[in-house]
Design a protein around this ligand. Sequence first.
Ligand code: PMP
Length: 311
Amino acid sequence: TLSNERVAWFNGKFLPESQVLIPFRDRSWTGGDGCFDVTRTFNGRIFRLDEHITRLYRSLKYLRIDPGVSPAEMTRLSEEVFERNRHLLGPHEDYWVGQRISRGVDPCQDDHIDYHGPNVIVECRPIPYRQRARMFEDGIRIIVPSTRRTPPSSLTPRAKTHNYLNLIVASQEVSAIDPAAWAILLDINGNLCEGNGSNIFLVKDGQLFTPQERYVLPGISRGMVMDLAAKMGLGVREADLDLYDAYNAEEIFITSTSLCLCPAVSINGNKVGPEGQVWGPVATSLAKAYAEAVECDFVEQYLLHRENGGA
Ligand code: PMP
């Protein structure tokens, strides 16, 4: 029977989301001791699921957590969660499809929580288009907060752990200055790093640059843009990039699984490219190639969800 409540997979069962309850002594609640990954759908297809699952198992390995589910099974469960919920999607909507794993509850003496082992969830939820349509229309304003990204020597940003507080504090700092701005952090060396949910690219002398993987999450959409750029014959390099590079970039854009590729119009109030330009030539051709590869005009899809219904 079809219900209007989404279902998620939780420790071996498909359940209505309202019945997926994590015990309060779960270590992910008490200490952020877990990791996750998330991809999205495009018109009924899941984007680079195998790559996302590979990244998830690398995060797990780094944290020394065994989820008790094989990568192949996690892939199959992710597909099934989407299949079981796709009838709930509205027109021109897509899902985030994600997996979350915590190390489990901390046992305590005489406790009545009988589950000890990792808590594993596979779930999906609609991408918030309406709130983000403006980013594609007007481009984003980037602000660099004073908070620096956690260095790899403390907790590697390459693992997608539940420790987002560093990115959240940075975003809060930026929101207090400009609620619509997008935070991009520097790493401890003062090089451009990443944002809460996005990687960054610069165009300089017609070439594409992005921060080195050692300091950032290896974004799957970042990889996609690097593949497309290489195919288009555009040079793409991972490099140490600082604010001087950003202020002199011809174009700047961010990538994320849900946003795909979204252009920036300013960084710290410094205009990017010519006055009035939202989409530069390189971002335009990469977005077009991206849309063709995923068979979804994602820019159009976001704009369709504008407050005024896309009029
Ligand atoms: N960096 C961080 C910290 C992120 O959370 C994300 C979103 N997953 C990204 C970068 C972009 O990665 P992806 O392209 O895989 O969504």
